[in-house]
Every structure is written in C-alpha cells, then in structure tokens.
Design a protein around this ligand. Structure first.
Ligand code: NAD
Length: 488
C-alpha cells in the first residue's frame, strides 16, 4: 500500500515537543505516511506576514489535503489574524469535531461517565468577523447563519453518529430569542434528522442545555451547535474530562481537513519537556481514520489508553493515588510505543473501521433550492441621534423622523436596541444613540420599490438625520423575513 502524503506544522511553544512525541508514536506503529513540513505561526507572523502562513504553504495543503498541526502562538497586538480561523475558513473546513471522554478512575474528573462528541459549525455565526462601530455608543457584530452552512454541519453530525455507532444527536440553539438565525439551524436539524430514523434526536436551548451538560454529561452523546456556542462549550467539556491537554480535534472540509489539539501553545511550558502530547496525538488518531488507516489508529489509541491506565502520566494529570510514574513529553511517547499491541483492561478498548466517506447519494452535502419569491415591503433606516437623554428621547425623535413620510411610505415604528419606543413607548425604556426607524408601504400589504427607498433616504437626510445603515424588509413566499420590534 502506498504512503499517504500529509502536511505537518510543528508550531510554537510546546508545539515542536508534542509533535515530536506524536510522530514518534505514529512512526513506530507503522503509519503509512509521507510528511511534507511547512512553517506557520510566530516566526511567519513576525517576518511581516500578518496571516501567519506563507503563500507556498497553501500549495502543500492543497496537494496533500491533510494537515496535522501543532498549536501556534498568535502575537499580541493589532494586525495579526488568527491563523486557525484563516485556515479553517479559507479551506472550507466546516465541521469541528471534539470528542471529550473521561478516563475514570485513572484521570481525576468530577464526571466519571462521560463520552461526548461536540460537532461545532466552523465557518459562520459571529465568526464571520463582520463588525462595525455605528455611533458614539454602539458597536455591531453580524451573526450570519446560512442554509447550506446548517445543512453541511447537521448532515455531518448525523453521518458521524451513524458511522461511529452513536445513538443520539442533540442540537443546542437559542431559537427562543434568535428565531431566524438559530431558528434556521433548528429547522434544518429537524429536516435532516428525519432522514436518520435510526438516530434519536434531542434539542435544548443552549443555556439550560449547557447547564445540563456540565452537571450530567452522561446524558449526552453527539451534540451539534453553531460556532460560538460550540467554541465555548467544547472547551468546557474538554476541561471536564480532567485536562485541556487531553482532547484532540478534527476540522473537516469537503476537500481538505486539519487535525490538532484543542489547547494552545502554552508558552510558559515550552522547552521543558513537560507538556502532555495526548491532545495532538488523539487529533492524529482521527487523522489516521480519515486517511484510511483505522488499523494504525486502533493500535496506537489502545496503547495510549493502556499507558494512561498503567498510571504513566504527564504533570497536568498526575495525581497521588492514580499516578504511578510522572513522565515528560518525550518519555510519555516512548511509554506508548512500548505498549503498542496491548489493550486497556479497565477502560474500553477502541475499535475503528474504515471511513468510507459520504456515500454518493449524500453528495452534495447541501441542497440547491429554487429561490423563493422575494417582495420588498419596507425598510429599516438606522439613525444616529442623541439629545442627551437616556429616557424618553423617542418622543422628540419621532416627529422629526415623521417628516420623512411620503411617496407611499410611512414610519410605523422606532425601536432602540430592539425594543419599540415610538409611537406609544414606555417611559422606562433605556435608550442609546442608535435608532431603528421602520418604514412600510402606506397601503398595508403593498410592495415598495428601490427608488422609493432612495427617495426616502433623501428625505431622512433632509430632516437633518444621520442615517447610518438600512436593512430591507422582504417577504419570502409571503412570509416576513424580518423580526418584529419587542413590544411591536
Ligand atoms: P493554552 O491552551 O496554551 O494554555 C492554557 C493552560 O493549559 C496553561 O496553563 C497551559 O500550561 C495548559 N496546557 C495547555 N496545553 C497543555 C498541555 N498539552 N499539557 C499540559 N498543560 C497544557 O492557552 P493560552 O495560554 O490561552 O494561549 C497560549 C497561546 O496559544 C496564545 O498565543 C494563543 O493565541 C494560542 N492558541 C493557539 C491555539 C491553536 O493553535 N490551535 C489554540 C488556542 C490558543
């Protein structure tokens, strides 16, 4: 069988040490890989490349399509872009998979029974990084959730569950508040979930779901969530197993995938041969399954479990009572190699089968739909206006905005931070200098034109108002595609 080319980056801080230990285990276990090395991280950043990755390194990633990456240090201060986010988004790595497992009684944890896999959406949500300062008082971040993005991640979660003999997929969202963005994620979960009758489904509002996960992780199996919730909760879940140093992760794309530890470069521990290589190693195990070497994945993972079970631990998980020998990074790798061919006695041994990838009928992993009929029915004009009062100012602003009524459009509502304040607002509502003025057709239910919007903006400016942005109000197949103001 020919070797599989992979791209490797040794990273910063503890990166080179944990990578050396990981590659030592892979090599001794007979992993059939050819390594192409690339330089990423601090050195590249400081040489003046603000992306942290050289242009020729992208060629290696495109060629091998598999990236085993050690953590890197993002220099502090302005101008440096997170390399992780750049690589994930540029190469379309839409799914971030983080298995979080307890190794009780060999590693101390408050949660002895825990085997949870977080499937985090990796490209969208507030991580689009589209932010604006809109007024003296207000900053804005756009939360973007797309239908193809939801379809890709939800499909991946169900396929993952099926391939890995998992019983349940649960979705965490906040769709009681974000009815459109998180609502879409939840709807797609229900739609695609219906295609997997063999898998049980669950859904939680993310706040109470997170509380349940933190106290009863044994009740969860695979959990799929949008980017931000997944980012936060996968770190919490990994830490609950005993150490952030223990969890690996896979970033899966349609063409290119990346495997890494979930932790960072721990600069304070660098060069001391103390860091735990397990996170990166377990990332590499996922890589082995991905490149069709489940035999090597199984061999190395079981040897690792046996090492943990034998009480051979790095400092971060070493505890009196469970640890028999505290070892350094390099020695830990050597201890795993000594156990190649052995299986754990108490912990459950792993079994891997070949990952066949998505079946042909599952491709593409997102649907291409007929666009719905889209009617422009109004426009929200955001204005920056301030009369020095946090309370009651809307009654002064309202009549000024109403001067812009005309040409078939009229003001129906002003809201402040989402709450309706005009007409008939409550005097107790706290208001800042950022107002949403909703104009709709004078004759209810009529559509409007772009020209009417352009004319309206002219009248808003004519009334002396600083308009800072507009959002069009559309109906899609007759259904409103915009939220109402609270209290509207
Ligand atoms: P960190 O994960 O590096 O360290 C957090 C804590 O966990 C530290 O106390 C550290 O000593 C400990 N720790 C982490 N990994 C360990 C291991 N393998 N063995 C033993 N202990 C371990 O997070 P941080 O300190 O917030 O960030 C340090 C740097 O890493 C920053 O520059 C950050 O940008 C970067 N970072 C990189 C990645 C990545 O490349 N994927 C991810 C997160 C942070």
């Amino acid at each position: 069988m020919s070797n599989v080319p992979i791209t490797v980056a040794h990273g910063d801080g503890i990166g080179p040490e944990i990578m050396a230990a990981t590659l030592h285990i892979l090599k001794e276990a007979g992993a059939r890989i050819d390594i192409e090395e690339i330089e990423i991280g601090e050195k590249v950043y400081l040489s003046g490349n603000t992306a942290g990755i050289a242009p020729e390194s992208w060629d290696s990633l495109r060629r091998t399509k598999v990236f085993l990456k050690a953590p890197i240090t993002t220099p502090q201060g302005g101008g440096f872009k997170s390399l992780n986010v750049t690589v994930r988004k540029t190469l379309g790595m839409y799914a971030n998979i983080r298995p979080c497992v307890s190794y009780h009684p060999f590693i101390e944890t408050k949660h002895p029974v825990m085997d949870v896999v977080i499937v985090r959406e990796n490209e969208e949500d507030t991580y689009a990084g589209i932010e604006y300062r809109q007024s003296d008082m207000v900053e804005q971040c756009l939360k973007l959730i797309t239908r193809p993005g939801c379809e890709k991640i939800v499909r991946y979660a169900f396929e993952y569950a099926r391939k890995n003999n998992r019983k349940t997929v649960t979705v965490f969202v906040k769709d009681n508040i974000m009815k459109q963005t998180d609502g879409l994620f939840h709807r797609v979960f229900d739609e695609i979930g219906a295609e997997y009758p063999d898998i049980q489904k669950g859904d939680w509002i993310v706040d109470i779901g997170a509380a349940k996960l933190a106290t009863s992780p044994q009740d969860f199996d695979v959990i799929v969530m949008p980017n931000l919730y997944g980012d936060i909760l996968s770190d919490v879940t990994a830490q609950m197993t005993g150490s952030v140093g223990l969890a690996g992760s896979a970033n899966i794309g349609e063409n290119i995938s990346m495997f890494e530890a979930i932790h960072g470069s721990a600069p304070r521990r660098a060069g001391q041969n103390v860091a735990n290589p397990s996170g990166l190693f377990l990332g590499a195990v996922m890589m082995l399954v991905h490149i069709g070497q489940p035999d090597v994945a199984e061999l190395t993972h079981n040897a690792w479990l046996k090492t943990i079970e034998d009480g051979v631990h790095t400092y971060d998980i070493a505890r009196e009572g469970t640890t028999k020998q505290t070892v350094g990074t390099k020695e830990f790798g050597e201890e795993v190699v000594k156990r190649l061919g052995q299986k754990p006695a108490t912990l459950k041994a792993v079994e891997y089968k070949k990952d066949e990838g998505l079946s042909e009928e599952r491709k593409p992993i997102y649907s291409i739909r007929e666009p719905q009929k889209k009617d422009l029915v109004g426009v929200d004009v955001f204005v920056n206006w301030w009369n020095g009062n946090f309370y009651g100012a809307a009654n002064e602003l309202g009549p000024i905005v109403e001067q812009a009524n005309g040409n078939g459009l009229k003001l129906v509502m002003i809201s402040n931070r989402g709450t309706k304040v005009y007409p008939k607002g409550q005097p107790d509502t706290f208001c800042v200098d950022h107002w949403r003025c909703r104009f709709m057709a004078e004759n209810q239910g009529e559509t409007i034109t772009h020209q009417q919007v352009i004319d309206l903006l002219g009248r808003v400016a004519g009334a002396g108002l600083d308009f800072i942005k507009t959002e069009h109000l559309y109906n899609f197949d007759g259904e409103p595609g915009y939220s109402l103001g609270q209290g509207q």
